[in-house]
Design a protein around this ligand. Structure first.
Ligand code: AMP
Ligand code: FES
Ligand code: ZN
Ligand code: ZN
Length: 323
């Protein structure tokens, strides 16, 4: 006989060995929503009534996050950044637009090539001699923060889940990157007037669970991985943790939760606080005189980025977007 739902004893749709539980569809969604709500409340991620901007990639995690937050009653809008990675970016953008339309949700889209004279991540990383993922991560973080701040959002959320966080942690531990370890947290408070708080409300749920939630909620998402990220080391860490989890259910969450509770405070104490200043070109927070993104744009001969020019920001679906 198949497993039964822990709550209602109907036939279970999903097994969660780390919680020693199985759930039917209804009770799995209830479990999932509770985990997200618990993350938000316990970590004080979003205040009641506060507007939150969700960075959506078209993948399952960020679309599920957006959907769940809206269902939970949060005022959540979406932001998609088209990174100019050929058809992959266009397909991801279409996926986000389709989702936003289906929910009458507010989605902004930004196009990186519109700011760089047509260059996408591939071309930029080649010109600045950095790995694509490193350049991409830097540009995405910059745009999330700058856009959220310019549009008056106090908090921005990403779809990072437990698998993402545990894999990043494992990598940082192997390299003993004390600075990164001190920064890895579900909430990063603002430490500059132009910096918005960053939150990761999915840090208590796994990739498998968000995939199940996406299917159960009828969310169409893009399955493809970014073509530039193939062979990324994070995949090796994720596979390693999945192997461990298979043999020792709960290992992944134990690693990450124990780190947050017992490990991170030590790294935080050791951290030297760098006083952030405002970039001399764009005003965004930076530890150097000119921020890394402005330096990159300078290297590729692009002008300083202005979100209000060139029709680079578009607005899709939903009602009025004024803050
Ligand atoms: P990744 O680094 O691709 O695993 O993405 C982590 C999170 O960053 C996602 O869950 C999204 O919240 C956000 N994100 C990634 N790519 C984009 C994008 N192109 N536009 C907006 N948000 C994104
Ligand atoms: Fe950033 Fe692929 S999404 S390099
Ligand atoms: Zn049930
Ligand atoms: Zn700058």
């Amino acid at each position: 006989m198949g497993a039964l739902c822990k709550k209602c004893r109907e036939r279970a749709q999903i097994k969660l060995p780390r919680h020693n539980a199985s759930f039917c569809q209804k009770h799995f969604k209830e479990y999932f929503f509770k985990q997200v709500e618990k993350a938000i409340k316990k970590e004080k991620m979003i205040s009641p009534g506060e507007r939150v901007l969700i960075a959506v990639s078209g993948g399952k995690d960020s679309l599920v996050l957006w959907d769940v937050l809206r269902e939970l009653g949060y005022r959540a809008d979406g932001l998609y950044v088209n990174l100019g990675i050929g058809d992959y970016s266009d397909r991801s953008e279409e996926t986000c637009i389709r989702f936003a339309s289906s929910r009458s949700a507010n989605l902004y889209t930004i196009s990186l090539p519109a700011f760089t004279g047509g260059a996408g991540i591939r071309e930029i990383s080649r010109k600045v001699r950095r790995k694509a993922c490193a350049a991409c991560g830097m540009i995405k973080r910059y745009l999330f923060n700058r856009f959220s701040w310019e549009m008056g959002y106090g908090v921005a959320a990403t779809g990072h889940n437990l698998d993402d966080e545990a894999a990043t942690l494992l990598g940082n531990l192997i390299g003993w990157k004390e600075d990164y370890l001190s920064r890895q947290a579900p909430v990063m408070p603002s430490n500059h007037p132009r910096m918005v708080r960053k939150v990761k409300p999915l840090f208590r749920v796994t990739e498998k669970e968000t995939a199940a939630c996406a299917v159960m909620s009828g969310i169409g998402y893009i399955y493809e991985e970014c073509p530039l990220a193939r062979g990324a080391r994070s995949t090796v860490y994720k596979n390693t943790l999945n192997y461990l989890e298979q043999h020792s259910p709960g290992a992944k969450q134990q690693l990450f939760y124990n780190f947050l509770q017992k490990g991170r405070p030590g790294f935080l104490q050791k951290r030297e606080d760098v006083q952030l200043q405002s970039c001399s070109r764009c005003g965004q927070p930076t530890a150097t005189e000119t921020c890394a993104v402005c330096q990159m744009l300078e290297k590729i001969g692009a002008p300083p980025l202005s979100l209000s020019e060139g029709g680079a920001v578009k607005q899709k679906a939903g009602e009025a977007l004024a803050p």
